[in-house]
Design a protein. Structure first.
Length: 282
């Protein structure tokens, strides 16, 4: 494990495993909730999630199928860590990421608790997703923090660029990697596919309202395998290595120097504030 940065830019992390559908998940809910409560995740809520299933393009056109699914949320008291359980997926979210080993261990522990109760058959995907909020210090620019390749194109007419967006999808061995960089003016915001409402985001990430970058790095290993804790355990480490290399290739040496210094007192706050659901282009 490397030496952690004193002021890391990572503001939100997600780990997820997708598995065989559990159509009677509600029957197991009391046992799962009790296990989560005993593990420190006693803040329980649930909601309905609406998904739209598009028919295969090779088949005759049919109306999209709208499906309602139950989602169950298990958060710690401080709302800095949260598990989300769907009928076919288990997700761990954190707004206080410090070390990969600690984050991965907590995710695997939660997944093991679910497996002990429902007895999962197989997984189809294991993934990690990192959000890094890259905001320049006073009197500095975003160009000092990210490499030119992700800065986008300037306005051909010399106007003000509202935002720029770049995305690269690649495979590194068996790890799929989707790297997105969004540069915009305004406050930090999550993309619309991320459920972050109710989580306590560190205030230092929400204070900035100028030009900044969001590095959204998503790595995964897919393919059906018979479920076992050992089989799942080997994937997060290899995914993290790929994500880490991608992050380091997008940030500059100056950025790492800045992140390894303590922020001035005006950038810190003893109390985090809750961020609402928000969307950012495109």
């Amino acid at each position: 494990m490397g030496t952690p940065l004193k002021n890391p830019p990572v503001c939100f992390t997600i780990a997820q495993a997708r598995f065989n559908p559990l159509l009677k998940l509600g029957d197991y809910l009391p046992s799962i909730q009790d296990a989560m409560r005993k593990a420190g995740f006693s803040d329980f809520t649930s909601r309905k999630a609406i998904t739209v299933q598009i028919a295969d393009q090779e088949r005759p056109p049919t109306p999209p199928n709208v499906v309602s699914l139950d989602q169950y949320f298990f958060a710690n008291a401080g709302k800095t860590h949260r598990f989300i359980l769907n009928p076919d997926a288990f997700t761990f979210q954190s707004t206080r990421y410090r070390h990969f080993e600690e984050f991965s261990a907590q995710f695997l522990k939660g997944l093991a608790m679910v497996h002990e109760i429902v007895e999962l058959d197989f997984t189809v995907l294991v993934g990690l997703r990192y959000f890094d909020h890259v905001a320049p210090r006073p009197n500095e620019s975003i160009e000092q923090y990210v490499v030119p390749e992700v800065l986008g194109l300037d306005s051909p007419r010399g106007g003000t660029v509202a935002y720029s967006f770049s995305e690269t999808f690649s495979y590194i061995d068996n790890v799929g990697l989707r790297s997105r960089v969004l540069i915009r003016n305004g406050q930090f915001a999550f993309p619309p596919d991320v459920i972050a409402d109710g989580m306590e985001i560190e205030q230092r990430f929400l204070r900035n309202s100028g030009r900044h970058a969001t590095l959204d790095t998503d790595g995964f290993v897919d393919g059906r395998i018979v479920f076992s804790e050992e089989a799942v355990r080997k994937h997060p480490g290899s995914i993290h290595d790929v994500i880490s290399a991608s992050f380091k290739s997008a940030a500059t040496a100056h950025a790492f120097e800045a992140w390894n210094e303590k922020w001035p007192i005006w950038m810190s706050s003893p109390q985090p504030i809750r961020t609402p659901i928000s969307e950012c282009p495109p």
